[in-house]
Design a protein around this ligand. Structure first.
Ligand code: IMP
Ligand code: MG
Length: 192
């Protein structure tokens, strides 16, 4: 497939996953999860903001009764993690005794996911698993794995389909590699 480049204002982007490739990965995940949880009700804990397009597409393809809640975490400054995770918005659902599946956009160092899983595990879910659209396995700083991963990738910083570069590019339908990275602090914001 032809890999094109594009520029959004001053951000240079190289296409790495087209919307068609993303749709194939999302459908495969939906099939796997639907089979694994057949006969059960699943609570999706969607990690804002990056996972919201992915979660919306995935949730509508699951052949299961589902509930949905959201958590918002922050730790990134520009394209680098600060290593400190904080909860901007917690879930409101009582997850005790429920089958919980965390929906992430991307796992990089693993620091965010490790923090979130510890936080949720304290509340006594029946099961607690993770589904991520993108798994940057080669960059882990914490030994942690997703139970369901759509795309394994070791490229640089990605943007589009929910993933942002300091709040920009989330609305793009495909996923791009940011070709020229600005230093931390060059753009505003730190949300995930
Ligand atoms: P980690 O804590 O390093 O694993 O990073 C987790 C979070 O950082 C992800 O959920 C994303 O929100 C954000 N993140 C990590 N890598 C990227 C990237 O390449 N593009 C956009 N966001 C990213
Ligand atoms: Mg995220």
């Amino acid at each position: 497939m032809k890999r094109s480049c594009t520029t959004i204002e001053d951000i240079h982007l190289r296409l790495v996953y087209s919307k068609e490739e993303i749709a194939v990965a999302v459908q495969r995940l939906a099939d796997e999860i639907s089979n694994a949880y057949a006969g059960r009700t699943l609570l999706l804990v969607i990690v804002l903001k990056g996972a919201f397009f992915f979660a919306a597409d995935l949730a509508r393809r699951l052949k299961l009764p589902i509930e949905i809640d959201f958590v918002e975490l922050a730790s990134y400054c520009g394209t680098e993690t600060t290593g400190r995770v904080k909860i901007e918005k917690d879930i409101r659902t009582d997850i005790a005794g429920k089958d919980v599946l965390v929906i992430e956009d991307i796992i990089d160092t693993g620091i965010t996911l490790d923090f979130l899983l510890r936080h949720l595990a304290q509340r006594g879910p029946q099961s607690l698993k993770v589904c991520t659209l993108i798994d940057k396995r080669g960059r882990r700083r914490i030994d942690i794995a997703a139970d369901y991963a759509g795309i394994i990738c070791d490229r640089g910083f990605l943007a589009g389909y929910g993933l942002d570069l300091n709040e920009r590019c989330r609305e793009l339908e495909s996923i791009y590699e940011v070709a020229d990275l600005s230093p931390c602090g060059g753009l505003n914001g730190n949300s995930m």
